[in-house]
Design a protein. Structure first.
Length: 198
């Protein structure tokens, strides 16, 4: 099984003005595709791994052959993280349900506090990486990871993630990562976020 680029539910222009069309196109067709190509190439010489999905690979990094461990971590992580990222975005944002709002508020005191903590965590991630809202042992946490490290590798389930690599925002926002993060709230599909509670 070759890993493949997931279909988008919207076009490159649809997330304007929050994410510009050129960034969308390059991010999806070049960056995400490159992670997939690198992952497929690494797995080619290990036929026993070709039927494993990316979740399995990332949850079992320690069992992988040494010569592809780092490549799978970086590129499998890149593939998985970006798949979650595209899926949770929408041109027509909605409101979190009362039940989701209540759950999040229960862990962060209020929904606004959650947003503030998520924003701060994403903003202060040094260098390239991600900010996340995850479930960790029945608790909701805001965390960040460097590079393409994925929460799934440490048994955390992703509810929401923001890519804070410069390639995700630099064309439009340049050094203003904070503006990109503030605009991110305008394009979230909270139904998808809630569905990840499972
Ligand atoms: Mn990216």
């Amino acid at each position: 099984m070759k890993h493949e680029l997931p279909k988008l539910k919207y076009s490159y222009t649809d997330l304007e003005p929050y994410i510009d069309a050129l960034t969308m196109e390059i991010h999806y067709t070049k960056h995400h595709q490159a992670y997939i190509n690198n992952l497929n190439n690494a797995l080619e010489k290990y036929p026993e791994l070709t039927d494993k999905n990316v979740e399995y690979l990332l949850q079992n990094l320690e069992t992988l052959p040494d010569d592809i461990k780092a490549t799978v971590k970086n590129n499998g992580g890149g593939h998985y993280n970006h798949t979650l990222f595209w899926e949770q975005l929408t041109p027509q944002t909605n409101q979190p349900s009362d039940s989701l709002t209540e759950k999040i508020s229960g862990f962060f005191e209020s929904f606004d506090n959650f947003k503030a903590e998520f924003t701060k965590t994403a903003l202060t991630r040094f260098g390239s990486g991600w900010g996340w809202l995850v479930i960790d042992n029945d608790k909701m946490l805001v965390v960040s990871t460097p590079n393409q490290d994925s929460p799934i590798s440490t048994n955390q389930k992703v509810l929401l993630g923001i890519d804070v690599w410069e390639h995700a925002y630099y064309l439009k926002y340049q050094n203003k990562r904070g503006d990109y993060i503030n605009n991110f709230w305008n394009i979230i599909d909270w139904k998808i976020v809630e569905s990840r509670l499972g």
